[in-house]
Design a protein around this ligand. Structure first.
Ligand SMILES: [Zn+2]
Length: 156
């Protein structure tokens, strides 16, 4: 029994260290147009503004916000009485319309941790990217690369 706890503690320490160095890096990350990824990161503040616009849209007909939200396909999905920010878009390859929850910057680590560490056993960049892409909108690939580059298990 003691052994299991030690493994848990070691894993938690590795996890928190991974979180620390990843989030430190993330504060410096900017998606410039000349970078590979053009995905714009949505942070909590931005997400709150979009959600508040979507809730109050009749009361607050700001034409710029209206255009932005419509053009970007943002919408709210209610799950168990709570509203979540989703984004609908059409896939170029299949022409299929998909609606996915927006990955918010402050949750990037937990989302990536859950997919890369817990569910999928430390798969590589491309596979992790694919798993994220079918579950969430708005996580740029360079962020996933950096998360894995900093993963202590993948670098043992
Ligand atoms: Zn890993």
């Amino acid at each position: 029994m003691g052994g299991i706890n030690e493994i848990d503690i070691e894993r938690d320490e590795r996890k928190e260290h991974h979180r620390l160095i990843f989030e430190e890096w993330l504060t410096t990350y900017k998606s410039y147009p000349n970078q590979k990824s053009t995905t714009k990161i949505i942070n909590q503040e931005r997400a709150d503004k979009i959600v508040s616009y979507l809730i109050n849209r009749e009361l607050n007909p700001d034409p710029n916000s209206k255009f932005f939200v419509k053009q970007k396909g943002f919408n709210l999905v209610k799950i168990e009485d709570k509203e979540f920010l989703y984004r609908q878009k059409t896939e170029k390859s299949s022409n299929a319309t998909i609606n996915l929850p927006v990955a918010i910057k402050e949750n990037f680590f937990d989302i990536l941790f859950n997919v890369h560490w817990i569910q999928r056993g430390h798969i590589g960049v491309d596979k992790t990217f694919h798993q994220i892409k079918v579950r969430y909108d708005g996580m740029p690939k360079p962020v996933i690369c950096e998360f894995i580059k900093k993963c202590p298990i993948c670098n043992l």
